[in-house]
Design a protein around this ligand. Structure first.
Ligand code: SF4
Length: 108
């Protein structure tokens, strides 16, 4: 049993000459192998690496469109997978009616 996506490989950055998605500001000719997706034929974004490595209960089959595309699976429908989260928060609070009537009378 593997603990990573079947399309995940590690390749060295140097020599590829491709535009990297992640935006590595480390520079200095890093020879560290980077996560590479053979399905999308590109280096994996850092935020997607969790899916590639099956972390946090993520599953490429439901959480990665590259995987679904490579496997011939239908696109994820709304309400399915981790990307389906939708913020439906509403702001309410426009009903503030102040009613402080001061009818004091101190006469003397
Ligand atoms: S990007 Fe998707 S298909 Fe590619 S290795 Fe990661 S999980 Fe697998």
């Amino acid at each position: 049993m593997t603990d990573q996506c079947q399309y995940l490989e590690y390749r060295p950055l140097s020599g590829t000459g491709s535009s990297e998605e992640g935006g590595d500001s480390d520079g200095a000719g890093s020879q560290e192998p980077r996560a590479y997706c053979t399905a999308a034929d590109t280096f994996v974004q850092a935020m997607r690496a969790d899916v590639c490595n099956l972390r946090y209960g993520l599953d490429p089959e439901t959480d990665c469109e590259f995987y679904r595309d490579a496997e011939g699976l239908p696109a994820a429908s709304p309400g399915e997978g981790a990307e389906a989260e939708f913020d439906a928060g509403g702001e309410s609070g426009a009903g503030n009616t102040g009613g402080a009537s001061d009818t004091g009378g101190d006469r003397g």
